[in-house]
Design a protein around this ligand. Sequence first.
Ligand SMILES: C[S@@+](CC[C@H](N)C(=O)[O-])C[C@H]1O[C@@H](n2cnc3c(N)ncnc32)[C@H](O)[C@@H]1O
Length: 257
Amino acid sequence: MTEPDRQSPDAPSATTPSGLASERGNAASTDEVGAMFDRISGVYDVMNAVISGFQEPRWRRRAVAMTEVGPGGAVIDVATGTGKVARSLKDRVGPSGRVLGVDLAPRMIDRARAAYGRRPGVEFLVGDAMHLPAEDATFDAATIAFGMRNLPDYERGFAEMRRVVRPGGRVVCLEIARPDHLIARISRVWFEQVVPFIGRLAGQGEAYAYLVESVRNYPPPERIAEIMAAAGLVDVRWAPMTLGMVTVHVGTRPPDD
Ligand SMILES: C[S@@+](CC[C@H](N)C(=O)[O-])C[C@H]1O[C@@H](n2cnc3c(N)ncnc32)[C@H](O)[C@@H]1O
């Protein structure tokens, strides 16, 4: 697969997406989103750890466990970023298993390759979740962590994941949520006021304002479950974690698909 030829992330005309949503997904173009993640790739892992209150490894482990893949399995991690979910998936599928991580942002992929790309059975590719660089029914499961919110068409994102997993395979989506109970509203102050401030300190204020806005505009868990069903997944369920700050959805490609 050839890697997309995009504008340099340092180009002065690079704009930061708004975080607003259209009827189908994120309102921004994939070029804008990819360029923004290229720009923040250097601070991404540290910011993630801080923003999540150091909870993200636990969230990722849960999502990886929900794939239910075993040793020797094959999994695709969509919007893999710096490759942390792909790394956990590889630990799960073992030496004979195979993991492909795909991301739009070349600098994210560079970091993933540098960190985990030398492990046999792990591959990272620049690619778009709207057109996954994989044949139909290639994988036992597909994951996406904190990526769905960024896609211009959520249903298409889930349909692509369904396409590349075998019948009976699982599609798992981990994403930040906006619960409504009292304690969650307090955590929202952290997320909506403090996180953009920390982002500004890291020199990436606009990108972290985007994070807050895109979470605000992401559909609630019930709606995501409907979108997954519309994309052809069955047995769709979800579970909240850490007082509902994040949600993990799982669906299955119908065994007779
Ligand atoms: C918030 S990061 C999550 C990264 C990683 N999954 C994690 O758990 O840390 C979102 C990632 O989605 C990627 N992304 C956004 N739109 C994409 C698309 N259309 N196709 C593939 N990757 C995309 C971005 O480049 C970015 O690396």
